[in-house]
Design a protein around this ligand. Sequence first.
Ligand SMILES: *[C@@H]1O[C@H](CO)[C@@H](O)[C@H](O)[C@H]1NC(C)=O
Ligand SMILES: *[C@@H]1O[C@H](CO)[C@@H](O)[C@H](O)[C@H]1NC(C)=O
Ligand SMILES: *[C@@H]1O[C@H](CO)[C@@H](O)[C@H](O)[C@H]1NC(C)=O
Ligand SMILES: *[C@@H]1O[C@H](CO)[C@@H](O)[C@H](O)[C@H]1NC(C)=O
Ligand SMILES: *[C@@H]1O[C@H](CO)[C@@H](O)[C@H](O)[C@H]1NC(C)=O
Ligand SMILES: *[C@@H]1O[C@H](CO)[C@@H](O)[C@H](O)[C@H]1NC(C)=O
Ligand SMILES: *[C@@H]1O[C@H](CO)[C@@H](O)[C@H](O)[C@H]1NC(C)=O
Ligand SMILES: *[C@@H]1O[C@H](CO)[C@@H](O)[C@H](O)[C@H]1NC(C)=O
Ligand SMILES: *[C@@H]1O[C@H](CO)[C@@H](O)[C@H](O)[C@H]1NC(C)=O
Ligand SMILES: *[C@@H]1O[C@H](CO)[C@@H](O)[C@H](O)[C@H]1NC(C)=O
Length: 884
Amino acid sequence: MHHSIAIAKLALLLATAAVSRGFFVVAHAHARKSCWPREREALLALKQGINDTDGVLTSWQKLRHDCCRWTGVACSNETGHVTELDIGLNWLFGQISSSLLSLQHLEYLDLSTTSLVGPNGSSVFPDFLSSLHNLRHLDLAGTPYSGRVPARLSNLSNLEYLDLSGTSLHGHAPEFLFSYKNMRHLDLAGTPYSGRVPSRLSNLSNLEYLDLSNTLFSGTLPPQLGNLSNLRHLDLGYMQNIHTADVSWLTHLHFLEHLDMSGINLGTADMFPVANTIPTLKDLILSNCSLPNANQPLKHLNLTRLEWLDLNRNHLRHRIDTSWFWNITGITHLDLDETYLHGRFPDALGGMTSLQFLSFAYNGNSATMMVDMKNLCDLELLRLDGSLAFGNITEFLRKLPQCSSNKFLSLLSNHNNMTGMLPDMVGHLTSLEQLSLSNNSITGAIPSGLRNLTSLYGLDLTLNQLTGQIPMLPRSLTRLAISMNSLSGPLPLDFGAPDLTDLSLFSNCLAGYVPRAICELKNLSLLDLSNNLFEGEFPWCSAMPSMEFLILSNNNLSGNFPSWIQNSSQLVFLDLAVNKFYGTLPMWIGELVNLKFLLLNHNMFYGDIPANITNLILLQYFSLASNNISGSIPSSLSRLIAMTLEHPKRGTRWYVQEVINKDILSVVMKRQNMKYDIYRINEMYGIDISLNHLTGGIPDEITSLNGLFTLNLSWNHLSGKIPTNIGDMKSLESLDLSRNNLSGEIPTSLSDLTYLSSLDLSYNNLVGRIPTGRQLDTLYAENLSMYSGNNGLCGPPLKKNCPGNNDLEHGDQQRRESGYDPVVFFYFGLTAGFVAGLWIVFCALLFKRAWRSAYFRLFDKLHDNVYVFVVVTWGMITSKTTTS
Ligand SMILES: *[C@@H]1O[C@H](CO)[C@@H](O)[C@H](O)[C@H]1NC(C)=O
Ligand SMILES: *[C@@H]1O[C@H](CO)[C@@H](O)[C@H](O)[C@H]1NC(C)=O
Ligand SMILES: *[C@@H]1O[C@H](CO)[C@@H](O)[C@H](O)[C@H]1NC(C)=O
Ligand SMILES: *[C@@H]1O[C@H](CO)[C@@H](O)[C@H](O)[C@H]1NC(C)=O
Ligand SMILES: *[C@@H]1O[C@H](CO)[C@@H](O)[C@H](O)[C@H]1NC(C)=O
Ligand SMILES: *[C@@H]1O[C@H](CO)[C@@H](O)[C@H](O)[C@H]1NC(C)=O
Ligand SMILES: *[C@@H]1O[C@H](CO)[C@@H](O)[C@H](O)[C@H]1NC(C)=O
Ligand SMILES: *[C@@H]1O[C@H](CO)[C@@H](O)[C@H](O)[C@H]1NC(C)=O
Ligand SMILES: *[C@@H]1O[C@H](CO)[C@@H](O)[C@H](O)[C@H]1NC(C)=O
Ligand SMILES: *[C@@H]1O[C@H](CO)[C@@H](O)[C@H](O)[C@H]1NC(C)=O
């Protein structure tokens, strides 16, 4: 969090500084005097220590004498001395040289976001900067300095501008920072400075810009801040644990334009009346401030210059139209997410003609939007996710602006209980870039007018009741999700959108052959056609180099294992389960080195398990269940290191988060709707090769896969003993070896599997005493048949005594230790076949309304056991990045 804000800041910095940079270059082009040799040498020495991979400093050359014309350098046009050095915002590594000391006339130094460490390669703040006495402007934002600022820095008595944001300077902010009487701009954002907010800040009476956001300052806000009467920009957002009941000091800041107090508990402060005494305010950012309401009557509204108002995450819970801000027509940005405002949007909204962003998401589905927004020609984002009680999409779209001047519009109205049909006039909303309407009750066909939306790149209609076929798509479209609808018919022979990267059509009633047109989509990285009625062979696509997620499960597809996949080396997730694929598994499968999930269950594959499969060192879940696979289990299993605890990131909470964010979320969830539960998919570490014709023994090597959660080898012809070290598979929660020809005794180490919550050893030829152990005893109580069909087994918990032995008493049946919850797995295996049957029934039922609702209730129930549908729409998340 900390980090991302700092980064966002730097990005902003980058944008603003790029502009000013251009200015400097122009300015010193007029310089007359050539530079001083001593200063030129100093700059060259500086360059020596820098690794300049981007060639930023290529103009810095001995032969180009006039160093005043070098990139980032500016000189006084009277003396010729270097006065400015601006090499910030570049990709520069290395060390900064103390040769800089020769630039005694330097007034302006910008090293921001470079990775230049101190002269000794240490990240200690470079002390010699304190000797550049003429410095007025020092920008070290985002540099790698840590530790403390040397006290000598206080010698820079002319300093007007100091930016230390995003550095790792820590401890208490040094007192001398508050002694620069000329200081106008002080930015400490994102530094880990801690302690109380220093009241001595109020000494900096010339300060116009103060940013303490995202620091670790805590405690109350000193009212002395009111002495900073020249402040224009005050950012106190998201410090550590700040509270204040008194904000009256703000009334002294007569020039304040930007105020951010996000994250500060202002629950008892009289915030809005105080803000209303500052008519200069343009930005008022009070996100997550525990504000109780925003409907105080403000007798005279002073805030007529307000442009940016952010009240998100304050639980205001009153009527929308009673809020004080609706008459301010200059507002460009209004963020009301998670405010729980309810009721009708006031008509005044239609008059807020400057509005560019309106975000009103996650407000508990109790608002209604009937406002005519035709005049909001600057609108770029309208986001209402999870906030409307109902709405008619036909009427809603008709009220949107259709201005020719409108640049781009993203409309996000997911989870809003909207009904009606998508009108053909949607084609008039030519500025639409994103249209996201997932999880509503929109009916009818997808209108062909959509094709006219020449800017549309994202369309998400997941989880509605759309029928008919997929029409010709807008050419600009890159992401399309229409999963979980009732679309029927074949796929189009031409999608019309050659740049599609994501195509998600799962859970519809699409049928017929998959057309070759799919192969024309060269940029496709996600293709999900699962849960449809496709049949025949998947076309041979010569090159799909970007494919990462190929999900074709639960159709009637046939043919050999698609050989073109060999060229899709980026593949992470391959799901061909529940189809009629046949033939042998290819040797080259081991070349798909990025594969993490390989689901081939419920097909008709035969032959051996290719040994090369163990080359897939990222593989974490693998199912071949219910095929006709024969031969033995490859013994090189120990190479599947993703299935071991040694896998670098395994086993920590952080890891799960990381993977969700990085791998799955960014690639799929951010932009797609997936049927696998994202919170569980990363917990899927397993091997399922049940229901095949495997012979031979269980290789001992399998016990090195100590990261596996499930292992299912049931219903094969495996013989030999259960590996003695089975107890090494510490993570196992489910172990099924039933219905094989396993012999010998049950290894006692089995009782070491403390996470085991499901065990089945039935119908083998196991003999001897059953090992005891708390966990095993508990499991038996839950599954009394787990040892059945093994006539040679004896001892408790079975009634049968072992020959010539008294049985020991069992220990108490203790509950499982630790707070570790057993992971519930998807039944990719056995039940999926059952679902295949269901899907056909489901599609048939789509057209019999009366039956549907009753059936759905049943279906939902079954569903829970099969796929967990988690609908996360990319629309929601992309817009989050746009607004923040
Ligand atoms: C410069 O940086 C690049 C990229 O980080 C690195 O590959 C290269 O080895 C570096 N060169 C020197 C001389 O440090
Ligand atoms: C020199 O710089 C000053 C400001 O620093 C400016 O007013 C003046 O026009 C410049 N002279 C020339 C010849 O560029
Ligand atoms: C840097 O190195 C110089 C000599 O190599 C030494 O005198 C100085 O103390 C070092 N500074 C730091 C901060 O390590
Ligand atoms: C800078 O300030 C320090 C005290 O912080 C002082 O000892 C030193 O003489 C001053 N001058 C220079 C040139 O460093
Ligand atoms: C409006 O602002 C002026 C100037 O700060 C102030 O005197 C006046 O009290 C404010 N009005 C209200 C209703 O707060
Ligand atoms: C907004 O303006 C309308 C008339 O245009 C007025 O009736 C209403 O009271 C105003 N609301 C506020 C909060 O000032
Ligand atoms: C959806 O809207 C209908 C009325 O159009 C209403 O009866 C129903 O309760 C709403 N459902 C939800 C979940 O808000
Ligand atoms: C939605 O609005 C359109 C146009 O006003 C109307 O024809 C249609 O019946 C409405 N649909 C629903 C479900 O209310
Ligand atoms: C779409 O564009 C075509 C040709 O430009 C035009 O004839 C048609 O009316 C447009 N449809 C809509 C709904 O805008
Ligand atoms: C697969 O592995 C075998 C040996 O196990 C090897 O001979 C063959 O070259 C490998 N094939 C591929 C495509 O990696």
